[in-house]
Design a protein around this ligand. Structure first.
Ligand SMILES: NC(=O)c1ccc[n+]([C@@H]2O[C@H](COP(=O)([O-])OP(=O)(O)OC[C@H]3O[C@@H](n4cnc5c(N)ncnc54)[C@H](O)[C@@H]3O)[C@@H](O)[C@H]2O)c1
Length: 449
């Protein structure tokens, strides 16, 4: 739905009034177009010590005609990449200030800040090292809140041995695919694989893959289907029979197939596997179908409680058993779940929904440590959308909706495509070392976590 406030404050007169009153003025975000340059401007690379990750990234960017700088000079920067993987003591953090202070001043509209580090706790016994590594999160999240003009700041924690597997994450964060992702921590190589292949085409990274998307008839699910198809996948669109017409439209639009199915059915997983046999199996599963039945907990009856948990959580556990069995997800496949910021921060009137969406995070954390899945190189990650402009949020009372839109670092709601792009990044083979992540797509929402 349209964001009237944004249109108003971005009109010539509205902009003057908003400026005078100190009102937030959301910038239209830079979203991805196939064929777009990796980043729309030079990249400042800096760091501490030998900065090995920055050196690697610099080499990749240079081969793709991106201008790489060690000093901003008079340039208007597209991004600042700061490699703090070698910080050891609190004094080393001065390197962050020394690079970011001039870098942020030179950063252009829709700029990107990417901070690189090592996981705070990776078996060492040095509290100062843990402190200084964790400090990177504080720096990144604060920078995200300081940026203007549609800029974002994110932290990537790269485990030892996974330095060669960061390209998909860096590309995602530099591009318009991550327009509504800010203040987040990504891990590469924390569990599962530490290496990743490079796709034939970064513009069609899902070429030849078979992707199943539940709840694909509308909203975020339809956007996921669109993005997966754009990126080269054959998409199997799943939704309830009552949404059959809308489902068929989505499937026809993208050259995919429609499968009418209630995900809570006992045999839902088996029916998906059976449907996909004609394509020789499944590479990607996106568990997106979800419902809300909001009420204060004191007024929540058993039916509201059960139905939300059944659709949003239990169905996933049930389907995964079949999807991970014979004829289901192939080795090297990717499972992506759709959680919610409500599952992280909780939400008044959503105890049932928050239980289901927090439960999804528990599923990801557990599956990411399963040795069996690691042996099959299957990744499991989740997105946790914040305020996204869909029919679900259009039904909110006006005041709640306006608050949801504004209280984030980008002062606007996200679009379904923003969630879809993050899911498509998780679903790439080039993200083989990205496992067990829960990334919020929330414009760095200020409420809750
Ligand atoms: N919109 C937001 O701001 C937001 C925020 C956080 C999380 N989410 C999550 O994103 C996902 C998609 O949300 P949306 O806003 O697009 O919702 P939506 O209501 O517009 O779409 C959900 C789709 O799921 C389908 N579905 C529901 N129950 C099903 C079942 N039993 N079997 C098969 N399909 C079923 C619906 O028919 C519908 O097409 C949900 O999991 C939701 O919880 C949304």
């Amino acid at each position: 739905m349209s964001d009237t406030y944004s249109s108003l404050v971005n009109s010539p007169i509205g902009a003057r009034i908003a400026g005078a009153l100190g009102l937030p003025k959301p910038t239209e975000l830079r979203r991805y177009e196939p064929g777009a340059p990796i980043v729309p401007g030079p990249v400042l690379l800096g760091g501490h010590g030998a900065a090995p990750l920055a050196v690697k990234i610099g080499a990749v960017l240079s081969t793709h005609n991106v201008q790489v700088l060690s000093d901003p000079g008079q340039h208007r920067l597209g991004a600042v990449i700061l490699d703090l993987s070698e910080v050891r003591t609190p004094a080393d953090l001065e390197s962050a200030r020394a690079v970011l202070a001039p870098g942020l001043k030179a950063l252009g509209k829709h700029g990107r800040v990417i901070v690189l580090g090592r996981p705070p706790f990776d078996g060492h016994k040095d509290p100062a090292l843990g402190a200084v590594r964790r400090a990177l999160e504080g720096i990144t999240r604060s920078v995200g809140k300081e940026l203007r003009g549609g800029g974002t700041a994110n932290l990537v924690l790269v485990s030892d041995g996974a330095d060669g597997a960061i390209e998909s994450t860096i590309r995602f964060l530099l591009s318009g695919r991550s327009a509504y992702v800010s203040g987040q921590v990504f891990t590469v190589g924390a569990t599962g694989a530490t290496a990743a292949p490079v796709p034939d085409s970064w513009d069609r990274p899902l070429e030849g893959k078979v992707a199943v998307v539940t709840g694909a008839a509308r909203g975020i699910g339809a956007a996921i289907a669109d993005v997966m198809a754009r990126d080269g996948a054959k998409v199997v669109c799943v939704d309830v029979p009552s949404a059959g017409d809308a489902l068929a439209k989505v499937a026809n639009r993208i050259g995919g197939t429609a499968l009418q199915l209630d995900v809570t059915a006992e045999d839902a997983g088996a029916r998906i596997v059976e449907h996909c046999a004609r394509f020789g199996g499944i590479d990607i599963v996106v568990h997106n179908a979800g419902i809300t039945r909001d009420k204060l907990l004191v007024n929540t009856d058993e039916d509201r409680w059960r139905s939300v948990l059944d659709v949003n959580l239990l169905s996933i556990l049930r389907m995964n058993e079949a999807l991970l069995g014979e004829g289901g997800v192939r080795d090297g496949g990717h499972i992506v779940l759709v959680s919610s910021t409500s599952g992280i921060a909780g939400n008044r009137g959503q105890a049932n929904y928050a239980a289901s969406k927090a439960g999804i995070i528990g599923v990801v954390e557990t599956m990411a440590h399963e040795e069996d899945l690691a042996a099959r190189r299957i990744t499991v990650n989740a997105v946790a959308p914040g305020f996204i402009e869909t029919e679900m949020t259009a039904r909110m009372p006006v005041a709640t909706r306006e608050l949801g839109r504004r209280v984030n670092s980008l002062s606007q709601g996200g679009l379904p495509i923003d969630v879809a792009e993050t899911i498509a990044y998780f679903a790439q083979d080039a993200s083989a070392a990205v496992n067990g992540n829960v990334v919020r797509v929330c414009g760095q929402g200020w409420l809750g976590a």
